[in-house]
Design a protein around this ligand. Structure first.
Ligand SMILES: [Ca+2]
Length: 314
């Protein structure tokens, strides 16, 4: 005769006395029954065509489908661009490009003839300033700096510096709508500035679906939308200026052809628009060309979205 004694997770079998009485404690009986149940039950096979629903590992929900429309582009025309220009802001004005360039020692405000690329006016910023976003509003030009927390106001025609203004954080892109300047700072939040005082009168957080879109860089307000290229990508977001929602993505992958690269180029940066001719222009830092492009709808695909926080040099 035997009795079983449980110690920890192990069951031991020992001899019992000569009186022949089997003494099972309730604990021993429970353990025996549990063991028999486990041995007697076979784990069900998962369905051949479905997930293993008996697994303890939770099955993640399917990834949400990004239904935001995507546009590719065709190049209408190419124009020369200064390969020494580290483009940070680009504005079209009646046959001329106004451009803000960055980097210490090469930051500038310049005006070039679009048809030829010829520089017709140039103001070199003191080397302590890193030029950033540029907007043409009224008869004035507004230029940001990256981390100097200062902006400059110029007369459009003479480039004479009229004023300065200060802001918090970093300066990245700048454009304007009918009434206000709109500024990016490398995050997913755009600031709306009152042009007279340059004070922040509102903010707009940019979302694609339920995801914030960070690293908003160069801007252009075009026919009631804010276009923003996303730093270190080939994507331009078309943003609803009221809701902050991305209404479309422009995918510029392949615009800068491998055969045309100098090896010196930096990222896509620079959007300008001719409202009369409805011409859209893009370029990049140290790129040799400004491209006039036309949008073509493409089937929706997952688009790149950045985080809420900005980082690094714009
Ligand atoms: Ca622009």
């Amino acid at each position: 005769m035997v009795h079983m004694r449980r110690r920890g997770d192990h069951v031991f079998i020992n001899s019992i006395g000569n009186n022949g009485i089997m003494r099972f404690s309730s604990i021993v009986l429970s353990s025996l029954l549990a063991t028999l149940i486990v041995v007697g039950c076979k784990k069900p096979e998962p369905p051949k065509d479905g997930p293993d629903t008996t697994s303890s590992t939770p099955v993640p929900p399917p990834a949400p489908v990004d239904t935001t429309p995507v546009y590719t582009v065709e190049v209408v025309k190419e124009y020369l661009h200064d390969t020494a220009a580290f483009t940070e802001g680009l504005v079209y004005d009646d046959g001329y490009m106004l451009e803000s360039t960055g980097m210490p020692g090469t930051s500038s405000l310049r005006e070039t003839e679009l048809a030829t690329g010829r520089i017709v006016r140039k103001f070199d910023m003191p080397k302590e300033y890193f030029g950033e976003g540029l907007a043409y509003f009224g008869d004035k030009l507004y230029q940001l700096t990256w981390q100097n927390t200062i902006g400059f106001v110029y007369d459009r025609k003479s480039f004479k510096q009229l004023d300065t203004f200060s802001f918090y954080g970093e300066g990245w892109g700048l454009t304007h709508d009918e009434n206000n300047l709109i500024m990016s700072d490398g995050t997913s939040t755009l600031r709306v500035l009152e042009p007279g005082t340059l004070k922040v009168k509102g903010t707009l957080v940019v979302f694609n679906g339920n995801q914030q879109v960070g690293k908003l860089n160069e801007l252009e307000y075009i026919d009631g939308e804010i276009y923003a290229n996303i730093w270190q990508t080939n994507q331009i977001a078309r943003i609803d200026p009221v809701s902050g929602n991305v209404k479309g993505w422009i995918d510029l992958t392949g615009l800068l052809k491998q055969a045309e690269r100098t090896g010196h180029e930096d990222v896509l940066n620079g959007i300008a628009y001719d409202p009369k001719g409805k011409r859209l222009f893009v370029t990049g830092k140290y790129w040799a060309k400004i491209y006039e492009i036309r949008l073509k709808p493409r089937a929706p695909i997952a688009a790149t979205t950045g985080g809420a926080a900005g980082s690094g040099k714009s």
